[in-house]
Design a protein around this ligand. Sequence first.
Ligand code: FAD
Length: 112
Amino acid sequence: MDHKKDIAIIGGGPGGYLAALRAPQLGRKAVLFEEDRVGGTCMNYGCIPTKYLLHQTKILKEVRETKTVVGGAGIGLAVTKAIVEAHGGTVGAASEPGRGSVFTITLPRPGA
Ligand SMILES: Cc1cc2nc3c(=O)[nH]c(=O)nc-3n(C[C@H](O)[C@H](O)[C@H](O)COP(=O)(O)OP(=O)(O)OC[C@H]3O[C@@H](n4cnc5c(N)ncnc54)[C@H](O)[C@@H]3O)c2cc1C
């Protein structure tokens, strides 16, 4: 097996991993060195995590500003929905005035 490479890329951020993907398309062999996490700042610390946090904060703000009909903080169902959906599941609700409500949580089987 030939371990010789044409290009050494230092850093597995968007700059690095795109170079590593493009190199073989151009007929070059590349090796990528990453000291922390492949994906770099954008995937692991910057763009994606900050946007996710902003999205969750917006949901929390909307829920807090929504008038509750009965007592309680009113965020339980929204938090439940966010957590269940983050795990690939769904939350369902069926309500009949004067009869009560039925909430259904469906989660995918681990590894499915
Ligand atoms: C909070 C925040 C939010 C952001 N939001 C956005 C956004 O919404 N949209 C957007 O377009 N951009 C955003 N950015 C900018 C984006 O993250 C950067 O433009 C992008 O990550 C730069 O990519 P890069 O590959 O040049 O560097 P990086 O992603 O920083 O990757 C460099 C990689 O090199 C590795 N490395 C460094 N030195 C060595 C070494 N000696 N040996 C081995 N590995 C090494 C590091 O561990 C790192 O993984 C955001 C940045 C931050 C901080």
